[in-house]
Design a protein around this ligand. Structure first.
Ligand SMILES: Nc1nc2c(c(=O)[nH]1)N[C@H]1C(S)=C(S)[C@@H](COP(=O)(O)O)O[C@H]1N2
Ligand SMILES: [Mo]
Length: 314
């Protein structure tokens, strides 16, 4: 296993957007609202960025239909991570206080072999790169080369029992490291859940990196979920606990506003959010909106929901 510590300026040429383009994108983004105006400049973001270790990737797969990958600067400076603030540029500025080592994830609940996994052991295992579309419920989207392993392969090690029907996930909750958890913006810790078959689906990833390197803190270091056919808030960051459970577990955004954020939250252009349409999305860096695709363009998951009313189970 080869892990090299690279300075941020060692990013591949193709990962880096020329400053002029970046600035014009900022102007485009500013049309989205006041939050976008506050994006930090490229130079500032780079100066603040810690060196990110390169990962050893065994296999690469493009599962975004050849769509253009969003540049690293955008993906690492336009974030939702409420533990570090609710403006898009807050996580990049504030998540430096998150300590990502040592880090273990506890796996327990309805399984025969409960245990814990160390992040460095996970990183030393077989890792894949998957290029996925990511669609936020707020109607913006990005295309990201994630690095990780199929969540199902990881979960099988703990031998779920026949009682396990759902999987519950929990983010770290430490007000010393996460300044905004002192405020009641959300109910902390951030929690999420999947049905067991969704968790075992080969598209669902336990993600440890992006763009060939470990995750920046603001993107959910040291490990997060990636569920590409669901709205972004299902992809919980900085996970410390995974539990097999019998009943559908509570989820943070559902607790906040049950009529707006359902348990399933599959990307669906035909089911609008009560306050806005989900028919179209803005790909960050592009001028014109594009149509949102059913299941975010991953039709292979449709069989998971056979016979279910997806308007009811939003
Ligand atoms: N713990 C935690 N996980 C989280 C969030 C959060 O606020 N806290 N935001 C979610 C939302 S709304 C989105 S769109 C994605 C954003 O991931 P990204 O910043 O890597 O693009 O993270 C999700 N995971
Ligand atoms: Mo989101």
């Amino acid at each position: 296993m080869l892990i090299r510590i690279l300075p941020p300026h060692a990013l591949r040429e193709s990962d880096v957007t020329p400053e002029a383009l970046y600035l014009s994108r900022r102007r485009v983004l500013s049309g989205l609202g006041a939050a976008a105006l506050a994006l930090p400049g490229l130079a500032a973001a780079k100066a603040a960025a810690p060196a990110l270790a390169a990962l050893n990737v065994a296999a690469r797969r493009d599962q975004a239909g050849g769509e253009k990958v969003t540049d690293f600067e955008t993906v690492s400076t336009y974030n939702n991570y409420y533990e570090f603030g609710s403006d898009k540029d807050d996580p990049a500025r504030n998540a430096g206080s998150l300590k990502t080592r040592p880090w273990t994830v506890v796996v327990d609940g309805e399984c025969e072999a409960p245990g814990r996994a160390d992040i460095d052991a996970l990183i030393a295992g077989r890792l894949e790169e998957r290029i996925y579309r990511h669609r936020c419920v707020e109607a913006w989207s990005i295309v990201v080369p994630w690095v990780g392993l199929p969540l199902g392969d990881f979960l099988k090690r703990y031998k779920p029992t026949s009682k396990a029907r759902y999987v519950a996930f929990e983010t770290l909750y430490d007000p010393k490291q996460m300044p905004d958890t002192r405020y009641g913006v959300l109910d902390w810790p951030y929690v999420e859940g999947l049905r067991l078959d969704e968790a075992m689906h080969p598209l669902t990833m336990l993600t440890v990196g992006m763009y060939g390197r470990v995750l920046p803190n603001q993107n959910g270091a040291p490990l997060r979920l990636t569920v590409p056919w669901k709205y972004g808030f299902k992809s919980i960051k900085s996970i410390v606990r995974i539990r097999f459970v019998e009943k559908q577990p509570p989820t943070t955004w559902n607790r906040m506003a049950a009529n707006e954020y359902g348990f399933y939250s599959n990307v669906n252009p035909h089911v609008d959010h009560p306050r806005w349409s989900q028919a179209k999305e803005r790909r960050l860096g592009e001028l014109f909106k594009r149509d949102t695709l059913m299941f975010n363009g991953y039709p292979e998951v449709a069989s998971l929901y056979a016979g279910m009313d997806l308007k009811q189970n939003y």
